[in-house]
Each structure stands twice: as C-alpha cells, then as structure tokens.
Design a protein around this ligand. Sequence first.
Ligand code: NAD
Ligand code: IPM
Ligand code: MN
Length: 359
Amino acid sequence: MNTDDQTTTTYDIELIPGDGIGPEVVDAALPLIRAVADDHGLAFDITRRDWGTEYYLEQGEMMPEDGVSQLAAADAIFLGAVGHPTVPDHVTLHGLLLPIRKGLDQYVCKRPNVLFEGIETPLQGYDAGDIDFVVYRENTEGEYADIGGREHRGLDHETAVQSALFTREGTERIVRAAFEAATERDGHLTSVTKSNAQAHSMVFWDDIVEEVSEEYPTVTVERLLVDAASMDLIRRPHEFDVVVASNLFGDILTDIGAQITGSMGLAPSGNIHPGDENPSMFEPVHGSAPDIVGDGLANPLATVLSWSMLLEDVGEKTAANALWDAVTNQLADGAAPRTPDLGGDATTEAVVDDLQSRL
Ligand code: NAD
Ligand code: IPM
Ligand code: MN
C-alpha cells in the first residue's frame, strides 16, 4: 500500500484470471472495480499472471516454481478459477490454487452465504435475509494434506493411501477465528465434524472446540455431524450463524450454501491470512464452469462480491460496502439484467454495466 500527495491510496494486487470462465468474470468485473476504487480515492496497481492450464500446456507447470513467492509482497491476490477438461484436476489444482493457499498460510477460508432480496431459493418459505450464515473453513491442512501415495500400480493389490492432517495449531486457529466471528455476529457457532466415525481427528477437533469455547462464554455452541449438517442446511438454514469445519467438509457445505442462497454464481470467498506477513486471496466459490465457457453468460456477481471482501480485508470498508450495496440493489430490482443461472438471459457484460450505473 502506498499513499501519494493527492492522497490516492494504491494497492498492489496480483491477478490470476486462470481457466474457463475465470478470465471472463475477472475481466468483465475489472472496469467496475477500478471505478469503485476511483470513487473512493483508491487505485489498484495490478500485476496480471497468465498462470493456469494454458501456461501448463506450454511450460509444463501451472505457475513458475517460485510463483508463490512472487505473490507474497502484494497487498492482496485475486483469482478467477482453475481447472480445464484437458488436464486432470488434481494436476491443475495442486499446481496453482492449493499451493498458494498453503504457501501463504491463508488458513481461514471465509465464505458468506446470504439470501439477497430478489433472489429465489429452491427452499420453500424463505425470504431475503432469512438465510445469512458464514462458513469458516480450515484452509491449509485436514483432508487436503498432500500425504499419501499409490503403491503396486496395476497389480491386484494396488493400494492408495491418503492421510488427513489435523494439528493443534491448525485446528485451534480456525476454531478461534470462527468464535471471534460469532462474537461479532449473532453469537452462535456450529462446529461440523464426523466424530462418530472418525474417532481420532474429529474427536480431537471436538476437544479443541470445547477448550476454545471456554474463552467465549457468550457464544452458544452446537455440534453437528456433517451428514446431519447437510440435511439441516436445507431443513433449517435460518438457524445457522457461523459454521466452522475442516477443509473438505467446509468445501462441500459451501456448495450447499451457494445453492440454497440462489446460485454458485453469487457465492464469494476469501482465503485469508489474518496476520500482516502474507497477502490474502479472494476468489468466487465456483470453478471454471466448462459447461458454459465462451458463452458470455457467466454470472460475474460472485467475483464482484469477492472483490468487496478484498476491499474490506485491506481496510477499505466504505468502498467494500459500495460494491456490495450495488449488487444488493441490482438483485432487488426485478427489472435489472440477470444471467441464466438466476433465471434471466442477460450477458456477463450487461450485468456489470448495470452495476456501474448503480455505484
Ligand atoms: P463449477 O463451479 O465450475 O460449476 C458447477 C456448476 O455451476 C456448473 O453447472 C456451472 O455452469 C455453474 N456455475 C459455476 N459458476 C457459475 C457462474 N459464475 N455463473 C453461472 N453458472 C456458474 O464446478 P465443477 O463443474 O465441479 O468444476 C469445473 C472445474 O472447475 C473443475 O476443473 C474443478 O476442479 C474446477 N474448480 C475450481 C475451483 C476454483 O478454482 N476455486 C472451484 C471449484 C471447481
Ligand atoms: C473450492 C474448490 C477447491 C477446493 C478445489 C478446486 C480444489 O472446490 O475452492 O471450493 O476444494 O478447495
Ligand atoms: Mn468447492
């Protein structure tokens, strides 16, 4: 961050549009993001990285070997999406997205789930605001630990081992972050595990939730098994406030969260490193959506809301609100353009153009 004589504050942003609809939504949103910045005396110095599957097909790697350290000095990172039908997903995701989350120790994956006015949920009887919860997903270890291997390939006794990693530090810090969030929201925390079947790691998680809860006497704590939580997010989503879960469970629950609040195309996400040492990275929850790529119909709102989260994270709350409010305002307007995932027939561009007029 850098403030010059005219008091324009400039932020260094690393931009990784990535694959599929990633570049479509990222590029469509950029003029809007710049306009909001301008309105608030801000500027973005953006370094664009052409990393992703095309880069991989040319260079044999998804990003340069020192890619993560190239990002480390930025104020924040924005990522579109990663994944392409021509290359196996474990190669592309382990080559770009996951090493950034881990390498920059972005241990809080924060995913808000809000039912906006004007949005229809597939659940009956829910109106705007009835669903409003945030998932705090552990983002650097758990089931996503890269520990395991394949042995005896091709033989009858071929074997695969994939171990999950739960450390005390890793678990405590995400649980504590979720409790902190609960104190600033409605004071209710739901911890999601599978302790009935996974008696080591998940009982360890439960024990840590119990310990940390003693520091937060005003927060009510509910424990749910992940199967029941999946059911209850559909049966009684209005009762959730802050949800804390391991890496894999948080991933799955946030797709449910996106769908019950209208669309994957509306769900924003932050991979947050809470300290000052490293930048955080913001991205829509959705992937590269190969089924709609090139049609110009991808919903850009998850991207716009993720930029709002970025602005909030760097301390620009007013600009963050301006962006969030423009989206809220557009969604509440029955005459505004909508992409097909929200029941309309508008293009990505048309949605962004309309947002510009609402700033
Ligand atoms: P996806 O999120 O890409 O798509 C799921 C469904 O939601 C599709 O029908 C898609 O058309 C729709 N959708 C997603 N975003 C949308 C938007 N902005 N507007 C309108 N509709 C939208 O998930 P998938 O199909 O399971 O995965 C596709 C690829 O993306 C895979 O390679 C996967 O590994 C990858 N992926 C990447 C990320 C990421 O980069 N963060 C996240 C999820 C999946
Ligand atoms: C997400 C995605 C990623 C995840 C994949 C693409 C590795 O699904 O960000 O939700 O599981 O974290
Ligand atoms: Mn996911």
